[in-house]
Design a protein around this ligand. Structure first.
Ligand code: MN
Length: 277
């Protein structure tokens, strides 16, 4: 395990009375670690996260938790692209299905489950590969497939001048699944709800950031302003689902089932992605 205490950093950063993110069950992590058979495939996911900046959180299950890297530009299918991936704190395995709105605090913004599936190491020893800073693996997701590598650039003996010890690069290997297609542009939506950011926000609390929005300026700020506007419009045009008597409660319940029903064709982007190969 990379961290001495399971999920300690994850828990330290968050206030679970104000975030809908999972608290992180260490017993579950231990059980999961015991059952894991890397040769049969472990869980992986990518969460598109519009916070103070837009980034993609790339997560690989290992030892019962999700090893995590924040990739500002997102993954690229082009082997020539070396995408910066900042190693961040391990996340609980339950985080792998999370999608929703973080109203305030650490990571405040909108989280979309952009891809998920299984991963297999292409090396015999995952811990040794992580220590070495060179992990080769195969992905079988809806959008990301084939062979990839994560290489640490931050220096194996700690941080050198001009580099950060947490810096890695995420690179696609050349194979049937590599190519020029801009996958983040081509398949921008959720694999869970088929929604975009505004749908996720509209289904949750479109009014949450009337003041104090998480990204105020720059590209992310402009993007969020538009999303808030579109979410409000979506919410307004949608017929009232329930009696207006208890709107607050409904809003707080997070992933409401009516939204799932409304979306009749999930995986649309997925099929298109598959057929491209
Ligand atoms: Mn993030």
């Amino acid at each position: 395990m990379l961290s001495s205490v399971v999920l300690e950093k994850y828990k330290q950063k968050r206030n679970f009375t104000s975030t809908p993110e999972p608290a992180g069950d260490v017993t579950l992590a231990a059980e999961r670690a015991k059952k894991a058979r890397p040769e049969k495939g472990l869980f992986f996911c990518v969460q598109k996260h519009l916070a103070s900046h837009l980034h993609y959180d790339f997560r690989l299950e290992h030892d019962g938790v999700l090893l995590s890297w924040a990739v500002p530009k997102g993954p690229s299918l082009n082997p020539k692209d070396k995408r910066l991936a900042m190693h961040v704190e391990d996340h609980p395995i339950e985080y792998g299905t999370f999608e929703g709105v973080i109203p305030e605090g650490y990571g405040a913004g909108i989280v979309m489950l952009w891809d998920q599936g299984t991963w297999k190491p292409e090396v015999p020893d995952i811990d040794a590969a992580l220590k070495k800073g060179d992990l080769k693996f195969t992905l079988d997701g809806y959008k990301l497939k084939g062979s990839w590598v994560l290489v640490r650039t931050g220096g194996r003996y700690g941080s050198r001048s001009g580099t950060d010890a947490r810096s890695w690069l995420l690179i696609k290997h050349r194979d049937d699944w590599s190519g020029d297609l801009d996958i983040t542009e081509f398949a921008p939506r959720s694999v869970k709800s088929d929604g975009d950011f505004e749908d996720i926000l509209a289904a949750d609390r479109p009014d949450v950031w009337v003041s104090n929005r998480p990204a105020k300026s720059g590209e992310a700020g402009a993007m969020l302003a538009k999303i808030i506007e579109r979410a409000a419009a979506l919410k307004a045009e949608r017929p009232a689902r329930k009696p207006a008597a208890k709107p607050r409660k409904e809003a707080a319940s997070g992933t409401a089932t009516p939204r799932q029903k409304r979306v009749s064709a999930p995986r649309r982007t997925t099929r298109a992605t598959k057929s491209r190969a």
